[in-house]
Design a protein around this ligand. Structure first.
Ligand code: UDP
Ligand code: MG
Length: 296
């Protein structure tokens, strides 16, 4: 029988874990005659009692597997560790907070049987998310797609099913600055959406405040596009034009000086960002460090 691993990244989700295992158990029963389903939790250095709860759940259910990091490495790295530590025929990535409805996994699997290697969850409406988050998310995906020569589906997170073929390619992409929802379409293969309404968090608070969202957005843009770097050429051309104008009108001079400085700094910033990324990659450090393992 084919196997399915459901990968769940966990950072301080003590109130959600029993609930998600309960909901996933129903999905597991539903698929029992088609798939052998396991749950692979990746504890991303939680500071609450998540790891203790996961240990108890792993004793209760033999199919609950747990990997625990030595510290917090971040959501994208946790998902990566899940993919790297799975050898299942199908992998589903789902958040621990029940914003992604586990029942949709059945639809994703059925869709994949039609011949798709990637089935991603597409959000129909963002219930109870702040207007700010809705607007920034909407803008981000559109900017990203226009900057990158890549068709990243809009309104998708990491909630998706991938087949072994896709997982094997992802395993061979060891980049440190990871943006999985961009890496999956980069791999290619046939993909299809299944739509869903994103629920509220079952409990707890988001771990993606503005700062973390900006970091993820930066990863998306700087990992998939060289356009910011190339934009420096256009800016320098623009500067040259300004210089010509300010020659004609002396009062433009102050403006031109300030503007020139800001453009140079912007260019330096872009260049620095890419150099920093090269530095991150050449260190060849492991992406994560595993401290605990249960049932795996
Ligand atoms: N998460 C993680 N490491 C982190 C932050 C988050 O593993 O450093 C997990 C978190 O437990 C959840 C998923 O990633 O399962 C998505 O996080 P969250 O729900 O906070 O993000 P949001 O849904 O608000 O974008
Ligand atoms: Mg969430």
């Amino acid at each position: 029988m084919n196997t399915l691993d459901i990968i769940i990244p966990v950072y301080n989700e003590e109130e959600c874990l029993d609930e998600i295992v309960g909901r996933l158990n129903k999905v597991r029963d539903n698929l029992a005659n088609q798939l052998e389903v396991s749950f692979l939790f990746v504890n991303d250095g939680s500071r609450d009692s998540s790891l203790d709860i996961l240990q108890r759940l792993s004793e209760e259910y033999s199919y609950v597997k747990v990997i625990g990091f030595s510290r917090n490495f971040g959501h994208q790295i946790a998902v990566t560790a899940g993919i790297e530590n799975s050898d299942a025929d199908y992998i589903v990535i789902i958040d621990a907070d029940l914003q992604d409805p586990p029942e949709l996994i059945i639809d994703m699997y059925n869709k994949s049987l039609e011949g798709f290697d990637i089935v991603y969850g597409k959000r129909k409406k963002r219930q109870n998310e702040t207007l700010f988050k809705k607007v920034t998310a909407f803008g981000f995906y559109r900017v990203l797609n226009s900057l990158c020569n890549l068709d990243i589906p809009t309104d998708t997170g990491d909630f998706r099913l991938i087949t072994r073929k896709v997982a094997d390619v992802l395993k061979n992409m060891p980049e440190h600055n990871r943006f999985i929802r961009g890496m999956v379409p980069w791999v290619g293969f046939k993909s299809a959406p299944v739509e869903f309404d994103r629920d509220e968090r079952f409990a707890g608070e988001t771990h993606y405040p503005l700062k973390a969202m900006l970091r993820l957005a930066g990863n998306g843009i700087f990992s998939f596009s060289l356009k910011p770097l190339q934009a420096i050429y256009y800016l320098s051309l623009f500067m040259f034009l300004l210089a010509v104008i300010s020659l004609a009108k002396l009062n433009m001079l102050t403006f031109a000086i300030f503007f020139a400085v800001s453009v140079q700094l912007l260019g330096l910033g872009f260049a620095g960002t890419y150099i920093g990324r090269i530095y991150d990659e050449v260190k060849h450090r492991p992406l994560y460090i595993i401290k605990d393992k249960y049932n795996i």
